[in-house]
Design a protein around this ligand. Structure first.
Ligand code: SF4
Length: 413
């Protein structure tokens, strides 16, 4: 067991974690915390399973600290991804200080990417963080399904032991149902004419609320934002931000707002992707695995979701063309827009040395632009302030091009 203890370092470092901690407590009772199991920040964190075992799942959606990523270079090569280095800095700081989070029982980590795998090894060895591992195959096949379902069962046993409970398949099925209800709420939210940093913050709030309250928190935000938006339907531009997720503490989204390029769809696993992706309820929700899943077994259902639906960007080619799946998802956001609107542009955001979003960035851009005619701005960044000037110039030029293009299209109509 490890603990996040009270901090003892400077304010810039704490601004990132403080924002996260505030959101964490927003819907929890400080006087009655439950044991937390933390995720590494990306989508291979089976929160449904953690919650079904009676633990509090909290994904560490923390990003943007230049200082922490520099500290991470003491443990990983400089060509490791920026986020994985930052996680080392974060966990090193957590070992030395206290941030106001309750005790964290363990972290779940996976082979989502090399960054996760390697940095968690360092975090486990050097900072004593207990790590529960879940290995997820890179192809959606019948054999991979059996392997992953078995891994999830093993993980459930480990989680139940941590919680002092047993594995209850009925509770897991109910937890999966709740995931589907959350996905429905997210698709209602995605239809609202809300954009920019405020929208991203709403998604952070939902993702960091206790599992059993998330649907309610999401529905409340749908109501509030719907009222605020009133009858206004159209936004000047409909931009999708995709790629390496922008997490709590990262100022990239507010930079886009400041440049008057508010994002309409955040194509991240905890944000608008929730409205597009579903935990499969029957064979019709799957392609590659449709004949192989026993839908009475919640472990197989979860395995199919993580293999085929959750993250096509980290899979290798199989029955399904996974790059096409990712491109299709971007184009699919149009279903949340009124009939007379379209996706105007895509910002593809890649953190330096990210093997998941970095590898396919050129073919991704080519397919979105050439096949679907949607302009793509490809941006690679680290968390350093020094690159902001150049990035700002490129975003401004992209916006001008999109505005001119839209005006031209309006004149021709
Ligand atoms: S930035 Fe990319 S390589 Fe790094 S942890 Fe995230 S997905 Fe993995």
């Amino acid at each position: 067991m490890w603990y996040m203890k009270r901090r003892s370092f400077d304010t810039s470092r704490c601004a990132v974690i403080d924002e996260f901690v505030d959101l964490f407590w927003k819907h929890r009772d400080r006087s009655d915390p439950r044991p937390v199991v933390a995720g590494y920040g990306h989508q291979f964190f089976p929160e449904e399973l953690v919650a079904a075992c009676g633990l509090d799942p909290v994904n560490l959606l923390v990003g943007g600290s230049e200082e922490w990523q520099t500290r991470g270079m003491d443990y990983l090569t400089p060509t490791s991804c920026v986020f994985s280095r930052q996680m080392i800095g974060l966990l090193e700081a957590a070992r030395d200080g206290r941030h106001g989070l309750p005790p964290v029982k363990a972290m779940i980590h996976s082979n989502f990417c090399s960054g996760d795998w390697h940095s968690m090894e360092a975090i486990h060895r050097y900072f004593g963080v207990d790590a529960l591992t879940i290995a997820v195959p890179y192809k959606a096949t019948a054999r991979a399904l059996a392997l992953l379902a078995g891994n999830l069962r093993r993980l459930a046993g480990e989680l139940a032991a941590l919680a002092g409970s047993g594995v209850d398949e009925g509770l897991l099925s109910r937890s999966i149902e709740q995931a589907r209800r959350l996905q429905n709420a997210a698709s209602r939210y995605a239809r609202l004419p809300v954009a920019g940093d405020r929208k991203l913050r709403d998604y952070y709030e939902i993702a960091l609320a206790p599992w059993e309250q998330r649907v309610e928190v999401a529905n409340r935000l749908v109501e509030t934002r719907g009222r605020e938006a009133g009858g206004s339907g159209a936004l000047p531009l409909n931009i999708v931000l995709t790629g390496s997720p922008v997490l709590v503490g990262d100022k990239f989204s507010s930079l886009l707002d400041a440049l008057d390029v508010p994002v309409r769809f955040y194509d991240f696993h905890f944000a608008d992707q929730l409205g597009l992706k579903r935990v499969p309820a029957g064979p019709g929700d799957l392609v590659a695995l449709k004949r192989h899943v026993d839908f009475t077994d919640p472990f197989q259902v979860l395995a199919a979701y993580y293999l085929e639906v959750a993250a096509p960007e980290r899979m290798v080619q199989g029955v399904v063309d996974h790059l096409n799946e990712r491109v299709r998802a971007i184009v699919d956001y149009v279903r949340f827009l009124p009939d007379d609107q379209a996706i105007d542009g895509v910002v593809s955001h890649v953190l330096k040395f990210c093997d998941v979003y970095g590898t396919d960035r050129t073919p991704f851009k080519a397919r979105v632009q050439d096949i679907h005619g949607i302009p793509v701005l490809d941006i690679e960044r680290d968390y350093s302030a020094s690159s902001t000037g150049q990035i700002t110039t490129r975003i401004e030029a992209f916006k001008e091009m999109l505005v001119a293009r839209k005006k031209h299209a309006d004149v021709l109509e």
